[in-house]
Design a protein around this ligand. Structure first.
Ligand code: KIV
Length: 299
C-alpha cells in the first residue's frame, strides 16, 4: 500500500483552513464574521494575515479589476483565473468564488457544473450566487453536490438594470417581507450564509434574527452577523465616489498617485537612480575595460 498522503477530497478542509461550520458557531456565540473581496495573491495574503474569515473573489472584479462598466461581462474563465491567484495565497480564510452572470441561470446542471469548475480549477472553497426565486433551486442543487454555497439578496448587481439601478432594496413592508421569505428559502435550500446588500438596517436585523445561518451585510447596518466590503472601496483604491455604505480606511489611490508623480519627476530630473540603486564594476576591471577600448580605437 502506498504511504503517500491522499489528496484531500474537496469536502475535506486543507490544514489550517477555517471549518465552514464555524460560521454558524460564530453566529451562535455572537462573534462578528469579517469578509472582504480580494482578486490576487498579495491581497489574499494581507487579508489572511489580518485574520479575516472569508475572502470573496467577487464578480465586482469585472469593474474594479478588469475595467468593465458593470459585472455582466466577466466570465467563468476570468473568475477562475482570479480565484486561482487568491487561493494560492490564502491559507486560513475560506475563499468564495462568485458565480458570474450567465454561469448558473439556465439550469441546475449548469450551476453545479460551473460551481465544480470554481473548486477544481480555481481552488475555491465554496461559491456565491445572486438572487432567490428560481435561483433557490440552483443553491439547493449546488449544496446537494456537497459544495458550500452563499446566497446574495437585496441589491444584486447582476440584476441592477431590472431593479432600476444600484438602489437600496426592502424599503417597504411588502418588499421587506419578500426579502425575509427569500432568505428563509435560501436557508432551507442549504445556503451556508447569505449576503444582504443595500437593505435597511432594521430589515437586515430582522432577517438575521430569523435565520440560523449567518448574514453578511454590505450596506445593511450593524445587525447582520458579519460585514463585507469591496477591497478597492475599503482601501480607497478607487478614484470615483464610493457608495454611501463604504467606510474608507485608507487612501491608497492617493498614496500611489503621489509616489508615481515623484517617480516621474525623479527620472526626468535625474534624481533617480542614485548610487545606492546602481551596480558597480571593480576599479581594476573598469581600468582594463577602458584600456581595451582605447586599444580598439587605436587599431
Ligand atoms: O462581487 C462582489 O464584490 C460582491 C460583494 C459586493 C458582496 O458580491
Amino acid at each position: 500500500m502506498s504511504t503517500r498522503p491522499r489528496t484531500p477530497a474537496p469536502s475535506t478542509p486543507a490544514p489550517g483552513k477555517l471549518p465552514l461550520p464555524e460560521l454558524v458557531e460564530m453566529k451562535r456565540r455572537g462573534d462578528k464574521i469579517t469578509m472582504i473581496t480580494a482578486y490576487d495573491a498579495p491581497g489574499a495574503l494581507l487579508a489572511d494575515e489580518a485574520g479575516i474569515e472569508l475572502i470573496l473573489v467577487g464578480d465586482s472584479a469585472a469593474m474594479v479589476m478588469l475595467g468593465h462598466e458593470s459585472t455582466i461581462p466577466v466570465t467563468v474563465d476570468d473568475m477562475i483565473f482570479l480565484t486561482r491567484s487568491v487561493t494560492r495565497a490564502a491559507r486560513r480564510p475560506l475563499v468564495i468564488a462568485d458565480m458570474p452572470f450567465g454561469s448558473y441561470e439556465v439550469s441546475d446542471e449548469q450551476a453545479v457544473s460551473n460551481a465544480i469548475r470554481m473548486l477544481k480549477e480555481g481552488g475555491a472553497d465554496m461559491v456565491k450566487l445572486e438572487g432567490a426565486g428560481r435561483m433557490v433551486s440552483r443553491v439547493e442543487a449546488i449544496a446537494e453536490s456537497n459544495i458550500g454555497v452563499i446566497g446574495h439578496i437585496g441589491l444584486t448587481p447582476q440584476s441592477a438594470i431590472k431593479l432600476g439601478g444600484f438602489r437600496a432594496q426592502g424599503r417597504t413592508a411588502k418588499a421587506a417581507l419578500r426579502l425575509l421569505d427569500e432568505a428563509l428559502a435560501l436557508e432551507a435550500a442549504g445556503a451556508s450564509a447569505i449576503v444582504l446588500e443595500a437593505v435597511p438596517a432594521q430589515v437586515a436585523t430582522l432577517i438575521s434574527e430569523a435565520l440560523e445561518i449567518p448574514t453578511i451585510g454590505i450596506g445593511a447596518g450593524a445587525g447582520t452577523d458579519g460585514q463585507v466590503l469591496v477591497w478597492h472601496d475599503l482601501l480607497g483604491l478607487y478614484a470615483g465616489a464610493a457608495p454611501r455604505f463604504v467606510k474608507r480606511y485608507a487612501d491608497i489611490a492617493g498614496e500611489i498617485g503621489g509616489a508615481l508623480d515623484q517617480y516621474v519627476n525623479d527620472v526626468r530630473t535625474g534624481a533617480f537612480p542614485e548610487e545606492q540603486h546602481t551596480y558597480a564594476i571593480p576599479a581594476e576591471e573598469l581600468a582594463e575595460l577602458e584600456a581595451g577600448l582605447a586599444e580598439r580605437r587605436g587599431r
